[in-house]
Design a binder for this molecule. Structure first.
Ligand SMILES: [Zn+2]
Length: 351
């Protein structure tokens, strides 16, 4: 009897501990699942910027319907569609993609009942099955515990585990190198209309122009230009008081893309992340890349080491920019490796 009581007490204690641990886990999970920060702010006229946490899109309301840019994701798009219905009483007629990356381009299916989707012609190629028989990317090769050249669901870790179904193009429960290289784009609604250099859509007396941004960040990037509203929208390429993530594939590609954007006549620089700004702010991003590339080239010309260039090329004019303290030296290394011919291909494309 006594023993039984002790056992019972022990079980009760374990139960309490388990309950406590479970409660903390549940609280943490709840905190992580807090609803995304969403909102709509007016840029000018009938042009608005909409937010989903750290991602932003823009939309223009015309008397004949709405022209919007990136749908971001399905949940956000559902929310946005409801806002359109109650606030503007207009359907979406066009979805104009900035590029194919999953975190900006997903969820468009929500608007497929009324909209025409437009993207750069390379976007269609990026969403298609990838050709060839490449080896697993380095990060994935580390997950491949049984070394069979594919990633089973049980092997997947991190972002690959989280977005497994978005990577798994043929839905066979295995991720091949081709599927990993293609990206987690299964929920990207493909553009029915594509263009090469420039494309203009007109609706309700308004014009919106798209221009290709070359290979900066991805090879299917577009700037979305609203001439009447004097606004340019770009995700990941144009940033305001914020350094880019990786300058891929080359600093020259980024400089060309920013020059394409800055050749447009605009006042409002709308971005896919963080701050909005003016054309002058956007020009500062170009200046940063110019000073970065000329500074590194001068250092190499003078026979200096990477570490030495990283120490002295401080680019102080951009000290107040987001990521200056973390990304400046990385960017110097990227440009240095490019000029030295030692750059490692396949840097992770991010925002
Ligand atoms: Zn991107």
């Amino acid at each position: 009897m006594r023993r039984k009581e002790i056992i019972m007490r022990k079980s009760l204690t374990s139960l309490l501990i388990v309950t406590f641990v479970f409660a903390s886990v549940a609280t943490t999970a709840l905190a992580q699942q807090k609803p995304p920060a969403r909102g709509i702010v007016n840029i000018t006229g009938q042009l608005y910027r909409a937010q989903n946490d750290n991602h932003y899109t823009v939309f223009l309301v015309t008397p004949e319907g709405i022209i919007m840019s990136d749908p971001i994701n399905r949940d956000f798009s559902r929310w946005l569609k409801a806002e359109f219905a109650t606030r503007f009483k207009q359907p979406v007629r066009y979805v104009l993609y900035t590029h194919s990356d999953w975190d900006h381009a997903s969820g468009g299916v929500v608007f497929a009942d009324t909209a025409e989707f437009v993207g750069h012609v390379n976007m269609r190629a990026r969403l298609a099955a990838q050709p060839g028989t490449p080896p697993l990317p380095a990060d994935a090769a580390k997950m491949d515990a049984n070394r069979n050249g594919v990633i089973e669901r049980s092997e997947a870790a991190g972002a690959v585990a989280q977005r497994f179904d978005l990577f798994d193009q043929n839905r066979d429960g295995l991720l091949t190198a081709n599927e990993l290289i293609r990206g987690s784009v299964n929920d990207v609604y493909p553009p029915g209309t594509t263009y090469r250099d420039r494309h203009t859509v007109t609706l309700g007396g308004k014009r919106v122009m798209m221009a290709h941004l070359g290979t900066a960040h991805t090879d299917d990037g577009s700037v979305i230009y609203f001439p009447d509203e004097r606004t340019a929208f770009s995700a990941d390429v144009m940033q305001i008081k914020r350094l880019p993530q990786n300058i891929t594939p080359t600093v020259g590609a980024y400089i060309d893309a920013l020059r394409t954007i800055l050749a447009l006549d605009f006042d409002h620089a709308a971005t896919g992340h963080a701050l909005m700004g003016t054309k002058k702010d956007a020009a500062q991003s170009l200046q940063y890349l110019e000073e970065l590339s000329t500074g590194v080239a001068a250092g190499i010309g003078a026979g200096r080491s990477l570490a030495d260039i990283q120490k002295t090329l401080t680019l102080d004019a951009y000290k107040g920019f987001e990521r200056w303290d973390t990304h400046r030296t990385v960017h110097i290394a990227q440009v240095y490796e490019l000029l030295k011919g030692t750059s490692r291909a396949g840097a992770t494309p991010t925002n």
